[in-house]
Design a protein around this ligand. Structure first.
Ligand code: TXA
Ligand code: MG
Length: 347
């Protein structure tokens, strides 16, 4: 299929620029669009055939449910059985990078939710995303716009690499602000559970959800055969071509370890804090931002992993972030990208 491209001009009104894209969605086609987290691969969430096309384009297993994107927080009522907690969360965090799982209504096809009785609802903040949903007149089902298993795309170039020729249109809206996927919280009678960390942190959520449970799969490997709460978590994820090793230690310890490996002449990619980068001589070094700059880490991670794919590095050494605040989200993605390969350098 031939993929159309459009580049958003932020200085002119969005509606005329998005008219064709909205038509494609309402007629059952596939459009990749920017959000504040990562790019999404969108199709009508009310059209079972359109959802099938998403799974095919991504190479995604069909038991892995899609997130349904809505224009206004109150639209959730049409697709989910909405508890009062949803509104408390919506008032504080929506539109924004928070996805909320609730019991689904029948109007949402079963294949959109991977056969589950629940639906994941997200009201994005990005204006291109919101305007596209409004003009399409349907909610938009959208997973991240990457080939299954690869890091999520944070720029249109990443999307083109993975999906050119497999979708009807790609909308280039520039780099995503946050760089990691939305926080996912599941609401049910037993209370609320954090299934995936993101820019809305557990600390922020705890004001409204004081008893928020944190799914253990966020920081621990699922060693049992127990099904994970978010089906997507069981698949290999965010993996670049080269093997990733996470280094846990202070700046000097990380630099010493990296320098000793770079000396061996291996083809090493390094993703490290600025403070560590300043102490390294050699290797293919990508800066992660200052150790204390969680927002920079979130924004840098997926792009850095993808950039290494375009080089000849055979091994990637990455300084691990602390699992707190927004860094909990980065830590969670780093664990998965590395297949839980950590080296503890602390003396
Ligand atoms: O930031 C984001 O959330 C991006 C942008 C495009 O909005 N989307 C995204 O979608 O990350 P995806 O499909 O890559 O990740 C959605 C995750 C998967 O792990 C999936 O299993 C889980 O959400 N999920 C979706 N619906 C669910 C449900 N009803 N119950 C449990 N987990 C669900
Ligand atoms: Mg994804």
């Amino acid at each position: 299929m031939e993929t159309k491209f459009i580049k958003i001009n932020t200085n002119s009104p969005l509606a005329p620029q998005l008219e064709d894209a909205a038509k494609i969605i309402s007629r059952g086609g596939l459009v990749v669009f920017p959000t504040e987290t990562v790019y999404g691969l969108g199709a009508s969430a009310l059209d079972a055939d359109a959802a099938k096309k998403i799974y095919a384009a991504k190479g995604r297993p069909s038991d892995n449910p899609l997130i349904v994107h809505i224009h206004k927080p109150e639209d959730a009522e049409k697709y989910a059985l909405v508890p009062p907690t949803y509104y408390a969360l919506a008032e504080k965090f929506l539109p924004g990078p928070l996805t909320i799982i609730m019991p689904k209504r029948d109007i949402v096809p079963k294949n959109v939710t991977g056969g589950l009785d629940t639906v994941a609802i997200r009201c994005p903040k990005n204006e291109v995303a919101r305007e596209l949903i409004r003009l399409s007149r349907v909610p938009i089902a959208a997973p991240s716009a990457n080939i299954s298993g690869k890091p999520s795309p944070t720029s249109a170039q990443h999307v083109i690499h993975d999906l050119d020729g497999k979708v009807d249109m790609i909308i280039d809206g520039g780099e995503c602000d946050i760089g990691l996927e939305s926080t996912i919280v599941k609401l049910d009678v037993g209370g609320a559970t954090l299934l995936r960390p993101g820019a809305v942190t557990p600390q922020m959520l705890s004001e409204i959800l004081p008893d928020l449970k944190i799914d253990r799969g966020i920081t621990e490997k699922n060693e049992t055969d127990k099904a994970p709460l978010a089906p997507g978590m069981k698949y290999k994820h965010y993996a670049p071509r080269a093997e990733v090793t996470l280094l846990v230690g202070d700046n000097a310890e990380c630099a010493e370890y990296i320098n000793s490996h770079v000396k061996n002449g291996d083809k090493i990619g390094v993703l490290c804090f600025d403070e560590v980068a300043d102490m390294i001589n050699g290797g293919n070094v990508v800066r992660f931002g200052k150790r204390s700059d969680g927002k920079a880490h979130a924004k840098a991670l997926f792009s850095a992993l993808r950039n290494f794919d375009g080089t000849d590095v055979e091994k990637i050494l990455a300084t691990a972030v602390e699992p707190v605040g927004i860094d909990l989200a980065t830590y969670n993605r780093m664990l998965k990208a590395s297949g839980y390969t950590l080296v503890y350098l602390n003396k």
